[in-house]
Design a protein around this ligand. Sequence first.
Ligand SMILES: Cc1cc2nc3c(=O)[nH]c(=O)nc-3n(C[C@H](O)[C@H](O)[C@H](O)COP(=O)(O)OP(=O)(O)OC[C@H]3O[C@@H](n4cnc5c(N)ncnc54)[C@H](O)[C@@H]3O)c2cc1C
Ligand code: SF4
Ligand code: SF4
Ligand code: SF4
Length: 417
Amino acid sequence: MKQAIYSKIDNNMFFKNISPSKSDCCGCSACEQICRNHAITMQEDEEGFLYPIVDSLLCIECSACEKVCPMLHSDSVKNRIEDTKAYAAINRNEETLQQSSSGGIFSAISISILEKGGVVYGAAFDNNLQLYHIGVEDIRSLNKLRGSKYLQSQNRNVYSEIKEQLKAGRWVYYTGTGCQVAGLKCFLRRPYSTLITSDLICHGTPSHKVFDFIVSQMEHKYKGKVIKYSFRDKSINGWSCNSSSSNIQRKDGIKHIGYDPVMNSYFNAFISNAMNRKTCYHCPFATVERTGDITLADYWGVKKYHAINNNYNGVSAILVNTENGEKLLDEIKEKITIIKTNIEWIADENKNLTEKTTQPISRDTFYQKLSNNPTALMNSFQRNKLKSYTIYHIKRICKHNACLFGILMKIRDLLCK
Ligand SMILES: Cc1cc2nc3c(=O)[nH]c(=O)nc-3n(C[C@H](O)[C@H](O)[C@H](O)COP(=O)(O)OP(=O)(O)OC[C@H]3O[C@@H](n4cnc5c(N)ncnc54)[C@H](O)[C@@H]3O)c2cc1C
Ligand code: SF4
Ligand code: SF4
Ligand code: SF4
């Protein structure tokens, strides 16, 4: 008999505490990976999110799954705020900075781990643009992990893989959302001196279903296969969260699309908060007590507090939360520009550091509408088509005219003050 863990009834003593509702399961898969009897499988619900399903015939009621659930033990994996230090940071390598979403600190840490013969884990698209966590062992492959992908990444069996690497004495760097890092720490159940983790300040994660639809719309429109999708392409707008681009393989070659209302509708839907996993509206990790050794984020509004000459290609906010994190930061100091800052200043324009994303009423019907009439739903997010298109082209013209661009940046800075 198969049952979803999150809906197990209260009189089942082994599961009465584990994720009683969908809002309490972040989909990390720690429970699936810990179960020696293979009684748990992560299965997709109608919205496209993964949830654990237990096969009662295989379950021996050992409660191991309950012990590793980060939603039940969220407090035990958070670091102490007293140990946290906050910085603004920028990778000094211009090319790497350009390819990263914020200040490129993920890459600086990763290279340090790879140089020690370690493995770096993060979210990467496969050839069909499905998002999974994978491990990479060479600097060239880091490109697959770089860049924010605004949908939920599947962990599959990486926690088990990481445990094996750590037991063999290797360095491991794992990056992911706060709940994914919490899942790893719960799964491991003991600290390892060769493990470094980075959690992200997190707005929430939609399911792959919406993104799949956007990709199919782009393929239909441009008559080809989307082979690359970037949510934050700095060659368009510089450091901005609204700058999607894609490469489409067509019969006549590869076409690069730098702005398109279809891609724009995904971003608008993302920031409307209507398509997050239900857990995200109750996220226990939206707090200054972080799960990772080093928290990575965008330092929006950095110029209000620091005299940074050029923030066009991005500035990271980083929180160094542990001694391990501090040691690692020391190792990469030559590769980055770093300035001490305040957590309050980071939180000023980055609400998700301390606040959960609010669930809008539109969340109730979003995925139902996606099933019934996805085109109508996503078209409704193509707001201000003409305005967005005009702004995109003005920015492109300005970018190629350094003088005009300089004047506009000055005006923007004055308005920010
Ligand atoms: C879904 C999501 C929501 C975010 N929300 C915010 C926010 O509200 N405020 C904020 O300041 N920053 C947010 N970020 C973080 C920010 O976008 C940057 O990822 C972060 O600052 C690191 O930038 P970087 O330049 O150092 O590294 P980059 O080179 O950009 O590397 C990105 C890192 O993020 C990981 N990653 C990418 N996509 C995912 C994913 N879907 N799931 C798990 N890990 C992923 C990669 O593995 C890599 O380690 C969010 C990121 C994601 C993925
Ligand atoms: S109680 Fe034990 S056997 Fe049953 S699903 Fe959980 S981990 Fe597997
Ligand atoms: S361990 Fe992860 S996947 Fe399993 S019930 Fe808990 S949150 Fe959900
Ligand atoms: S908002 Fe919280 S629960 Fe949702 S993906 Fe981010 S860390 Fe996980």
